[in-house]
Design a protein around this ligand. Structure first.
Ligand code: EPZ
Length: 424
């Protein structure tokens, strides 16, 4: 298996282009199931998860054309579900990527039936999909769970309903919203997720002819249509990639412009970072990041958008490892999202976990060491640690990284990092 080797201690300086958002692209691809016309997506990131979703949609009968090359920033993908030849999402594909659950709502809405493997848990938590199922049942789907599959049917099609989510769920909101676009009547989603990726999907659905009010708020009103038509849509920049790089620049005391990054998508993180001594300023092309003084420990609690994103928690913890003072980091979204802690400890970090909180006491320097990636965002945090550490860090199991960070080594090398992929 491939590894990444980093020689730390070099400040990042220059420009980094931000790719299209993985967590928008995956749902936008699934939205192609809602129409028999072409959905053209641009700024598609080239990631393992995108390829997995393309394979899944392909076996449903979606034809997919991808153009662009590594040279062109962002790729254009044309998807067409002229006819859906298969409503089953098999375990062998779904187990590779939880976001496969995003075909459930569109399949039931368009084909009135779906058989989708339960995604199962993952490293960061059990990650049930009970709220997705409950939302579709509210819309009239009959759902049974047999042999690890969600069997859904709505012979007369879905009908509009009021759906109140007891907790904020990003993909739950997105599945319900996509299903509602073809339901008979009006659907109200209460306590909807407000992540920018949810709004991006909603804007695309409106371009496809859907009627959605309240985009960007926690109350979405959708009036169902008989059919949706094709559209073209440009995917928003990846705020988690951008936030990861903001922290990488702060870690290495560098100065970088993140091209395409949008501050309003990571405002809560920028507010926390400002208190920690990291300046993030808007420029004509994106965001400029550099330290504004001594790096200080600050407390952080993850929350649904617009709060501090759970997907930046590991990266923030890594930054706090080399700050002056202490930082209490509390994870409220997932039950097991501290697996980067033992790996950071191997590099000399001083972190004590108490349940869902971790107390980080800053140390002057981290020391390079062999470490192992455990999940996508934790592996990003270990790259950050390696960039700032004294000496050499090798990161194994980097297939986790390839799921969510496009051309990571290339982007960092262009800003002076000594980082290379060792083919294994
Ligand atoms: C999305 O996951 C993202 N993934 C995650 O990013 C992100 O961490 C998460 O939202 C929170 O922002 C994609 O968009 C593909 P949730 P999702 O449903 O939708 C519980 C990454 O690194 N819950 O908002 O699966 C759940 O267990 C990934 O890119 C239920 O109990 O997350 C969690 O505790 C990691 N029942 C909480 O809600 C359900 O039916 C929030 O989960 C659904 C969720």
């Amino acid at each position: 298996m491939d590894k990444i080797r980093i020689k730390g201690g070099r400040p990042l300086r220059g420009k980094i282009p931000i790719s299209g958002a993985k967590n928008a692209a995956l749902k936008l691809m699934a939205a192609s199931l809602l129409t028999d016309e072409v959905l053209a997506l641009s700024n598609v990131p080239q990631l393992a998860d995108i390829a997995t979703m393309a394979n899944l949609l392909g076996q449903h009968g979606v034809s997919i054309g991808l153009n662009g090359s590594n040279a062109t920033p962002g790729h254009t993908m044309e998807l067409r579900a002229a006819t859906i030849t298969n409503v089953t999402a098999p375990y062998e594909l779904v187990r590779k990527m939880r976001a496969s659950i995003m075909v459930l709502g569109p399949l039931v809405a368009r084909c009135h039936a779906a058989k989708v493997s339960l995604p199962g848990g993952c490293a960061i938590g059990t990650r049930p999909v009970d709220l997705h199922i409950a939302a579709l049942e509210r819309m009239g789907a009959e759902i049974t769970l047999d042999d690890g599959y969600i069997n859904a049917s709505a012979p007369k099609g879905l009908r509009g309903a009021e759906i109140v989510f007891p907790i904020v769920t990003v993909t739950g909101t997105e599945n319900a919203m996509m299903a509602a676009t073809l339901a008979k009547g009006e659907t109200l989603i209460v306590n909807a997720a407000r992540e920018p990726e949810v709004a991006d999907l909603a804007h695309c659905l409106v371009a496809m002819g859907a009627e959605i009010d309240g985009i960007g708020t926690d109350r979405l009103r959708i009036v169902g249509k008989d059919r949706l038509h094709g559209a073209s849509h440009t995917i928003i920049p990846d705020r988690i990639e951008a936030g990861t790089f903001v922290m990488a620049v702060a870690m290495t005391d560098g100065d970088v412009e993140l091209i395409g990054a949008r501050q309003e998508h990571i405002q809560s993180a920028c507010d926390v970072l400002a208190r920690a001594g990291v300046a993030v300023e808007k420029t004509g092309q994106g965001l400029r990041v550099c330290r504004s003084g001594v790096l200080r420990g600050v407390d952080v609690t993850t929350e649904p958008f617009p709060g501090f994103p759970t997907d930046l928690q590991a990266q923030m913890m890594t930054l706090m490892c080399v700050a002056e003072g202490a930082s209490m980091i509390t994870e409220t979204i997932f039950e097991n999202r501290f697996m980067h802690v033992p790996e950071l400890a191997r590099m000399g970090a001083d972190i004590t976990v108490h349940g869902s909180s971790a107390m980080v006491r800053g140390v002057p320097k981290l020391k390079g060491a062999p470490v192992m990636a455990t999940d996508l965002r934790a592996s990003g945090s270990l790259v950050l640690a390696g960039l700032a550490a004294e000496g050499e860090t090798t990161l194994s199991r980097i297939y986790h990284l390839d799921r969510g960070y496009e051309r990571l080594e290339e982007k960092l090398r262009a800003c002076g990092a000594e980082i290379e992929r060792i083919r294994g």
